[in-house]
Design a protein around this ligand. Sequence first.
Ligand SMILES: NC(=O)c1ccc[n+]([C@@H]2O[C@H](COP(=O)([O-])OP(=O)(O)OC[C@H]3O[C@@H](n4cnc5c(N)ncnc54)[C@H](OP(=O)(O)O)[C@@H]3O)[C@@H](O)[C@H]2O)c1
Length: 284
Amino acid sequence: MTILVTGTSGHLGRLVVESLLDRGVPARGVVATARDVETVSDLAARGVDVRRADYSDPTSLKEAFSGVDRALLVSSNAIGERVADHRNVIDAAADAGVNLLAYTSIANADATTLLLAADHQATEKILAASGLPVVILRNGWYMENWAGQITVALEHGALVGAAGEGRVGAATRADYAAAAAAVLTLDDQAGRIYELGGSSFSLAELATELSAQSGREVAYRDHSTSEYTAVLVDAGLPEAVAAIYADGDRGIRDGELLVETGHLEQLIGRPSTPLADAIKAQLA
Ligand SMILES: NC(=O)c1ccc[n+]([C@@H]2O[C@H](COP(=O)([O-])OP(=O)(O)OC[C@H]3O[C@@H](n4cnc5c(N)ncnc54)[C@H](OP(=O)(O)O)[C@@H]3O)[C@@H](O)[C@H]2O)c1
């Protein structure tokens, strides 16, 4: 069986490849695609079948998908511009006749109003119309999303956000990658939709954990969505990016990033990485 993973130059795609190899999938049975194959030359050196694939280049996709049985489309990071690219990948998977196409979507895609969700919702519609055997991995927030803020919070003694008392079910990228690798190697996955997330915490609890582990007092300072957008713009983010980040916190406040299905733990066969362990890793 040949399993293709897209976006392996990125964090998640690479971790999925590692996870497939950890599960005992032979390297020759893993196709790792990237726009620039030099970025994954170490995988090629380990026997992984590295192929060039640009989501915007159907010819590259056709060649990359040749002989592939199962595939994971890692959503592109080109927010707002990625639906056409995702469609190209789905078309290539359909032309190749894959037995399973998995897609990394967003938590609670049926109901969420997050700005980030529109591309995922559109992609899920294309997948549903494709007639392909599809499995949807609706990933919750990454723990790593706070990596940059943690550094700033320790400097200023304040974790700034706009999530109020909302709770977020975050997990590490490695947890989500392990879940994707499980889905790609298990049978009877077509038609399934997984809502994936870790055990939940509020941003105040995140600040408390930071204080405990760093020995420095860090308080959570809450703002309205518009105030927080302005804070991020002041810190140097472009307005559109700041608005998306602040809207993410708005989603946490409104419970849109809470995931309590237990699907992640079921797929990976262990609890997701606890907040304390994720912070420990980030502080290290
Ligand atoms: N759940 C969350 O909290 C969260 C947070 C951030 C992102 N995400 C989503 O999850 C995805 C994976 O996360 P990540 O951390 O691995 O992101 P990442 O490190 O930014 O990786 C994104 C990957 O997408 C690839 N890509 C983008 N446009 C492409 C194109 N036209 N053709 C081929 N590849 C293309 C990138 O390739 P290049 O290296 O060539 O640019 C890269 O490999 C992101 O892309 C985003 O959709 C989710």
